[in-house]
Design a protein around this ligand. Structure first.
Ligand SMILES: [Zn+2]
Length: 83
């Protein structure tokens, strides 16, 4: 009988590779032209955008985040090394 290869060496296959690459991503309302000191920090870009979009909806009464705004957010995302 052939033993199964040890699992655990091949955990990264497809999926969300933007998550947990070691960098924290950050963007603030000010960056996208809103006069507000709110800054988001997250481990992944999708998480970051989600948080900022929720904030914009609740605090700035933006019912919808326009494609233009999303583009702006994306272009202002900064990566900070967490080590
Ligand atoms: Zn804000």
């Amino acid at each position: 009988m052939v033993p199964d290869p040890p699992a655990g060496n091949s955990t990264v296959r497809g999926g969300d590779r933007s998550h947990g690459d070691g960098n924290t991503k950050t963007v603030s309302c000010k960056d996208v032209g809103v006069d507000c000191s709110f800054t988001v920090k997250a481990d992944s870009e999708s998480e970051l955008k989600k948080t900022l979009e929720n904030h914009a909806r609740e605090k700035h009464n933006m019912k919808e985040i326009s494609a233009d705004m999303k583009k702006k957010i994306k272009s202002h995302i900064k990566e900070v090394a967490s080590r």
